[in-house]
Design a binder for this molecule. Sequence first.
Ligand code: PMP
Ligand code: GLN
Length: 482
Amino acid sequence: MHSHSFALAKNKVQRLLFLPGSVWNGWGGRSQSQRRGIRSCRSPLYAFTTHIQDRMAKRIQARRLEGVDENIWVEFVSLAAQYKTVNLGQGFPDFPPPRYVREAFSKAITGEQTLLNQYTRAFGHPPLVKALAQFFGPLFGKELDPLSNVMVSVGAYGALFCSFQALVDEGDEVIIIEPFFDSYEPMTLMAGGRCVFVSLRPTSAGDGKPPSSGDWRLDPAELEAKINKNTKMLVLNTPNNPLGKVFTKEELEEIANICIKYDLICISDEVYEWLVYDGNQHVRIASLPGMWDRTITIGSAGKTFSATGWKVGWAFGPDSLLKHLRTVHQNSIYHCATAAQEAVAQGFLKELERQGKPDCYFLQLRDELQKKRDRLYHCLTEVGMTPLISQGSYFMIADVSRFKSQVPPPTDPNIPYDNYFTKWMMKHKQLAAIPVSAFYSAPHKKQFENYIRFCFVKEDATLKAAEKILQKWSSESPGPQD
Ligand code: PMP
Ligand code: GLN
């Protein structure tokens, strides 16, 4: 058999055997090596397919997949389910999106306009790109052309993927500010680029103030020193996942000046743009002088309307950049589900009417989340962790180094403490979080191994269940030691 059809047949058998189970039972996928271990003891057919693989002369895995096999979400979503945890790990709301967008979604599918069940425009359903241009134009201080300055994709993931594929070439260097949303690294690598990391570093809060995500700062001199003739792009994420830092206008101006000075493209991931607390302001770097023409700003309906499963995201930018994203998009994704786009369009039109009014969903969600953040902050402090007040996003990180006497570090020095601690906590306390080292490059993981990330975009009942666990934990244990 020709080796190509051979590979396809093998793939088919594997898919038949290992179809993921429901998304809830944690079988959503494991890394190749983990799956192999499980398959080999379960399936005689696996032995058959392995045999085929051994006999293939050609290399199976494309080189661009080297080093991107492991994925934190695949591993930790599965563990959170396995240990039946109260889940403050993966970032998704466990409450529904607002009723009017859900109704718009159902209507799109079941209503009179049956064409909403069919293909729509490749780069964004016309009502959605129009609504996005209308809503965001004033926020960028610029009139946006719905057809050339906006592209809709499958979540912010889709928009990010298209950006890296479209703009990063073999040998290009991409500056990534750490801690970073983990996908930026594999997306750079899959495009053939090289990641260059620059870390935010904690500075002292001063005045006896409690530590905050705002104390973590970028050293512009360190950033500048990492730039060379191959540097093409800088990736920014504000509000930042996992830290919750909201970059100030001054900090963004420093970054913008560097982008302009060295002629860099800026990818600005702003999916948590509405979730900014304590009067902090979200500033769009694309709205700063000289930045529009070199910036792609990424957003997500998942975060905006608490509907992460709808997978609607978008990119804003000048046509000179977006036209290349469209080329990737039209040849891979084509477009995201029409009905979901229609519902998000309706959502933005409704929010346009409510802008600045008390019933604006974005303001209501922000205020709700600030209360949830405070509640979690107190609880984590009680048990002996040191959380950092989160300025934005729906995450808060906490220092767990004081637990080293209760939960001694692993014997394997290569395992970051937070990874080990989080797994211990899931197994022994049934509480899920995410190790912050997952948001760092391999060489820097050990430097930032004392923090774990909690997600607070959860029902009060979920937070209460977490509180109960934390209170019981603090009453049972002798308490962490300094
Ligand atoms: N960027 C950041 C910073 C994120 O946290 C996430 C995931 N929540 C995404 C992008 C991907 O968003 P989406 O679910 O819309 O693909
Ligand atoms: N962005 C989400 C988070 O940070 C999760 C993304 C995912 O599960 N792939 O929790």
